[in-house]
Structures are given as structure tokens and as C-alpha cells.
Design a protein around this ligand. Structure first.
Ligand code: 5RP
Length: 219
């Protein structure tokens, strides 16, 4: 089964986690795009969705699902999103699509976080995928020097401005033995808006596409 077929399978499997009549959180990326298209069939049962990106908002509107602001709602029942890497504790690296800050806010505001991914995303240790760090533009060089002190090799994501008007450094070659500690250390660098480690708030459920079908991993 191709990676794309696995993504479609987990996207469809995620439909049964959607809580009818409650606000849904929706992430960003190619796996989530499959999820949004599948969600169109449930549109009558979904009062609205909080979206993590302009791209997902446009797809949600196409699917007939109202996009609402997080400030208008009293929390989110379920958040469905993809990942660039996941470990067995369901700690994640996210942000390959550049939407990490909004994704982290929605994950924090959600009662349940369901991560959907193809099997290539499950790893023994996080860090093979470069860690995205969203940075206030004027702090870019300073933050890069601080990330080098943490053992990483930051690379400026040229030509990309996030939905929040910031820039992204992708940090290669990090050794991530203690994901929670590293997440906190990077958050503490002045000028960092957010980093793509989701360790303090990991996923609750991982739906993993495999050649044998969808595997469910609970935290
Ligand atoms: C976007 C993300 C995505 O969830 C991550 O990049 C996975 O994308 P895809 O589903 O296309 O493999 O974190 O910021």
C-alpha cells in the first residue's frame, strides 16, 4: 500500500473519533486533506471547526463545514492532525507544513488529540526530521546561534512566511533524548514563537497506516 493510500485509510478511520454536535479541531497537511474531504459526509453533524491554517480553512469551507475562531468557542472536543515524526510515547515532531504554532495552540485547547500518519512517521527516536522552529523575523540570527549551542544545525526556510507573519528555522542533527526538556529549552530562547516538538502535549491516539491496515496506538 502506498504512503498516500495509508494516509487516506487513517483519515477515514479518524472519522469515528469525531464527536457529533461538538466543535472539531483540524490540522494541516496532505493526510489532513484526505480527512477534510472525508469529513464532508458528516457536515450536518459538525457545528464548526477550528482550523490550523489558511489552506485547511479553504478546504473546510469547500466541504461545507463552517470555520470558527478559537476565541468564539469554549474548548475543542477532538483535534485531528498529522505529524512528521512520532515516537512510541506519541510525542511528535510537527511543522513540516509550517503551521506548528496554530497546531500547538489547538492541541493544547483540545480534550483529545488524534494523530493520523502513514507508517514511515513512526520512529524509535525523534530528530531524523529537522525540527521546525517559528521565529520572530528580527530574532532569526540570534535564535540560530542559540540553537547551534543546543547541538543543532539550523537552516532558514527561504521564502516562507508563516500565517502569523514569522519565519521558520529547520534544525537538523539534533539529538533528542529528552523531548520535553528540549521543547522547554527552545521555548525559552527569546524570539522563538513556538517549536515543532509536541512532547509536553503529545497525541492521545495515533492512527498509523500500515500494509496490514490501520494500527491504533493509545498513550
Ligand atoms: C504541518 C504538519 C503536518 O501535520 C505534517 O507536516 C505532516 O504532513 P503530511 O500529512 O503531509 O505528511 O505538522 O505543519
Amino acid at each position: 500500500m502506498s504512503a498516500d493510500a495509508q494516509k487516506r485509510a487513517v483519515a477515514e478511520a479518524a472519522l469515528r473519533y469525531v464527536s457529533r454536535g461538538e466543535i472539531l479541531g483540524v490540522g494541516t497537511g496532505s493526510t489532513v486533506n484526505h480527512f477534510i474531504r472525508a469529513l464532508a459526509d458528516l457536515r450536518e453533524d459538525i457545528p464548526g471547526a477550528v482550523s490550523s491554517s489558511e489552506a485547511s480553512s479553504a478546504l473546510l469551507e469547500e466541504a461545507g463545514i463552517p470555520v470558527v475562531s478559537l476565541n468564539e468557542v469554549n474548548g475543542i472536543a477532538v483535534y485531528v492532525d498529522g505529524a512528521d515524526e512520532a515516537n512510541n510515547h506519541l510525542q511528535l515532531i510537527k511543522g513540516g507544513g509550517g503551521a506548528l504554532t496554530r497546531e500547538k495552540i489547538i492541541a493544547a485547547a483540545s480534550r483529545q488529540f488524534v494523530c493520523i500518519a502513514d507508517e514511515s512517521k513512526l520512529v524509535g527516536a525523534l530528530g531524523g526530521f529537522p525540527l521546525p522552529v517559528e521565529v520572530i523575523p528580527m530574532a532569526r540570527s540570534y535564535v540560530a546561534r542559540e540553537l547551534i549551542k543546543l547541538g543543532g544545525r539550523p537552516v532558514y526556510r527561504q521564502g516562507v512566511i508563516t500565517d502569523n507573519g514569522n519565519v521558520i528555522l529547520d534544525v537538523h542533527e539534533l539529538t533528542i533524548n529528552e523531548p520535553i526538556r528540549l521543547e522547554q529549552q527552545i521555548n525559552n530562547i527569546a524570539g522563538v514563537v513556538c517549536n515543532g516538538l509536541f512532547a509536553m502535549r503529545p497525541a492521545d491516539t495515533l492512527l498509523l497506516g500500515t500494509a496490514e491496515g490501520v494500527r491504533t496506538i493509545q498513550r
